[in-house]
Design a protein around this ligand. Structure first.
Ligand SMILES: Cc1cc2nc3c(=O)[nH]c(=O)nc-3n(C[C@H](O)[C@H](O)[C@H](O)COP(=O)(O)OP(=O)(O)OC[C@H]3O[C@@H](n4cnc5c(N)ncnc54)[C@H](O)[C@@H]3O)c2cc1C
Ligand code: FES
Length: 334
């Protein structure tokens, strides 16, 4: 069953299947709806329901406040249509220069542990894997009711490979299911999504800043940069913040890059140091703050990690270092 959706802010119409959500059906149809996380956390995809009926996949999603609910606002990433609808998005989306998302089945072909709780998963679908470095996809391992977002650590390829670095969350529904997968097992993969992808043609230097599982898209950005012409001439700094010495990884992956590997500057910091850690202790934005002032002037910044880390880094860059917002690209991991 499919329903017709009319979005009044853009004056766009699209179809949405009964088992799909308004946001993803709109994005699949090329309608640039506003969004960020796709999983109910950020509130960027709020809309007003003007006519029709939707079912709420996650009524208590943190992206919507009580006030929003009282004003008949909904989240497009959590709303399934039950009839034709007329809606008005609250925020304005930008058209992304990225392939349109699709839902495919993908098979686990390999998995490699990077630390005690971080693993790089390699899935393969039937068609070429088309996405921009730094984007994410929604993975639905069997048995969990709602898909989770994971960022690709590789770059687009004709072999149909989608790689993800995933941190196991103790008791987490999706990560427990993913870490139980064996080669040959299948998941549903829906993507690509996200606008924090590599802008490879700016001619500026690049800084990547990752916190925890934010490593995955930043490795993806580095791999994308390595493939682009600009890898030869630009300076590249990679910052990684973990909880303890056991969490710090990624440098070997970066050093192995054919063009960038020899000149990447890898900086790491842990929030709780011990005898095994001789480096800096603190939060990752404190390490970024040590860059010389001129390093902020001709540089594109990419960052990924939990919302408090993203907020601290963005405040440093925009408020204290005067970096314009259009040179800062990030997805928060709700
Ligand atoms: C854009 C983006 C990119 C991300 N990229 C990565 C990555 O590359 N690597 C990585 O390790 N992690 C990534 N994450 C985090 C990841 O999506 C999961 O939140 C994390 O793995 C924990 O999932 P879990 O199911 O194991 O934990 P749980 O504690 O079971 O679930 C945590 C998350 O699931 C969602 N959720 C919970 N209940 C519901 C519900 N009823 N309906 C819908 N959603 C629900 C919420 O977003 C919640 O934060 C990313 C998150 C986002 C938003
Ligand atoms: S995109 Fe819907 S809440 Fe984040």
């Amino acid at each position: 069953m499919r329903y017709r959706i009319r979005e009044e802010r853009l004056g766009a119409d699209f179809d949405c299947a009964a088992d799909d959500v308004l946001l993803r059906a709109g994005l699949r149809a090329g309608v640039p709806l506003a969004y960020e996380c796709n999983v109910g956390g950020c509130g960027s995809c709020k809309f007003e329901l003007l006519e029709g009926e939707v079912a709420d996949a996650w009524p208590l999603a943190p992206g919507l406040s009580e006030r929003d609910r009282n004003r008949n606002r909904r989240l497009a990433c959590q709303s399934r249509p039950v009839s034709d609808c007329r809606i008005k998005m609250i925020g304005r989306g930008d058209a992304a220069a990225a392939p349109l998302p699709e839902r495919v089945s993908a098979t686990l072909i390999a998995a490699q542990d990077l630390t005690r709780d971080m693993r790089e998963f390699r899935f393969r679908g039937d068609a070429p894997a088309a996405f921009r470095p730094g984007q994410y996809a929604l993975l639905s391992p069997g048995g969990i009711p709602a898909a989770r977002a994971y960022s690709m650590s590789n770059v687009e390829n004709d072999e149909g490979e989608w790689h993800f670095i995933i941190r196991r969350v103790p008791g987490g529904a999706a990560t427990s299911a993913l870490f139980d997968l064996r080669p040959g097992d299948c998941v549903t993969l829906d993507g690509p999504y996200g606008r924090a992808y590599l802008r490879a043609d700016t001619g500026r230097n690049v800084v990547c800043i990752a916190g925890g599982s934010g490593l995955s898209p930043m490795i993806g950005i580095a791999r994308g940069l390595d493939r682009a012409e600009m890898a030869v001439g630009c300076a590249f700094d990679f910052f990684y913040g973990g909880r303890s010495a056991d969490d710090i990884c990624g440098e070997a992956l970066l050093r192995g890059l054919p063009r960038l590997g020899s000149h990447v500057r890898f900086h790491s910091i842990v929030s709780s140091g011990d005898d095994r850690w001789s480096g800096r202790t603190g939060m990752v934005h404190e390490l970024v703050a040590d860059l010389p002032m001129e390093a902020f002037a001709r540089t594109d910044f990419y960052l990924a990690g939990p919302p408090p880390m993203a907020e601290a880094v963005v405040a440093l860059l925009t408020r204290d270092r005067g970096v314009p917002a259009e040179r800062i690209h990030f997805d928060r991991f709700f």
